[in-house]
Design a protein around this ligand. Structure first.
Ligand code: SAM
Length: 326
């Protein structure tokens, strides 16, 4: 197999996407993501900037084409722009993106874009200041709105918003009308995501329920997703600049299209989100040939991917998402 082509796994899926968590730390405490009961303290960042870049380089050497930096909250790392510029310089990398809670995005969007970041996903479960503060344990929704404006102004594209929905009440609390206004006015893509079961939280609102809710209130037309693809189904509202999307990992799993590997901020490689056992990337990344050795551990991770998550676990009890890197 040529090193420059994206590798395929044992089920013929092309694996071209690597998510690297750069920290477990977060400045928010969303119950479904960073539950106090599951994890009460996070280690200091394990991976140095150098090591994050080596993991990315190992992935690109293997033929992966897309890298997302996530966490925890990646913007807590002051050295993020440095990682981004070095990753962006990797020959063969086609897509470099970031997931953030947006609290600190307004002040960093321009520097992230000039470092080479291409696009951004921003988590924003409600535009209502009180609801948002309650969900996040103290987050400021105005900061996220300013962050979205700054991301658009800096030319990051597409800009996507992630809304996690765990119940009908949660959907009502999200204030869908305000989120839809955002999509109508701006080229922003709002995706409603079924809450995944982490250690302290169970239950989700199936995407179909979200779709019913939207259909009763808006005219929806199936639409092509924004650049960057992914597992979402997208809809445009009459004349809207952006789209709304549904991501349904539980009610309609998309394992047959899975194209990704995840490395946590502790250097654990997860072949599948639900993998019980992770491969340790740290010895490789701290070896004399980090890029070559990481590449070979990633290859083992690809070989260990299950056909479906149901083959390795019921969809329950995954570690908290801030640990895995969502
Ligand atoms: N701190 C950043 C943020 O807030 O976007 C990046 C890390 S966060 C783990 C990445 C994404 O995972 C967020 O969009 C978050 O909403 C999502 N997420 C966290 N826990 C989840 C869960 N239990 N089910 C579905 N999505 C979840």
């Amino acid at each position: 197999m040529s090193e420059s082509m994206p590798p395929t796994d044992g089920f013929g899926r092309r694996i071209d996407y690597l998510r690297i968590s750069v920290t477990e730390r977060c400045d928010l405490r969303c119950a479904y993501c960073y539950p106090r009961l599951c994890t009460d303290s996070s280690p200091q960042d394990v991976l140095s900037a150098e090591e994050v870049v080596a993991i990315g380089a190992g992935g690109v050497r293997l033929g992966l084409r897309r890298i997302r930096l996530t966490g925890g909250e990646p913007l807590l790392r002051p050295d993020l722009e440095g990682m981004i510029s070095r990753l962006r310089a990797l020959p063969g990398l086609q897509d470099l993106s970031l997931t953030t809670n947006g609290q600190k995005l307004a002040g960093r969007a321009a520097s992230l874009a000039s470092a080479g970041l291409m696009r951004v996903n921003v988590s924003l479960d409600s535009l209502d200041p009180e609801v948002y503060a309650a969900i996040t344990s103290g987050g400021e929704v105005g900061a996220v709105r300013r962050g979205l404006d700054a991301a658009l102004a800096a030319g990051l594209s597409p800009v996507k918003v992630n809304v996690v929905v765990s119940s009908p009440a949660g959907l009502a609390r999200a204030g869908v009308g305000a989120l839809v206004d955002l999509v109508e006015r701006e080229p922003i893509h709002v995706r409603f995501i079924e809450a995944m079961p982490t250690c302290s939280q169970a239950g989700y609102l199936p995407g179909e329920g979200v779709l019913d809710f939207l259909r009763h209130r808006y005219e929806l037309a199936r639409a092509l997703g924004p650049e960057g693809g992914g597992p979402a189904e997208y809809y445009r509202l009459n004349g809207s600049r952006g789209t709304v999307g549904l991501i349904t990992p539980i009610s309609q799993p998309f394992c047959d299209r899975c194209n990704r590997l995840r490395v946590s901020a502790r250097g654990e490689l997860r072949p599948c989100l639900f993998s019980k056992n992770a491969l340790d990337v740290l010895p490789a990344v701290r070896s004399g040939d980090p890029v070559g050795e990481v590449s070979s551990v990633l290859r083992q991770g690809i070989a260990a991917k299950p056909r479906r998550y149901g083959e390795i676990a019921e969809p329950s009890g995954i570690p908290a998402m801030h640990v895995i890197g969502g």
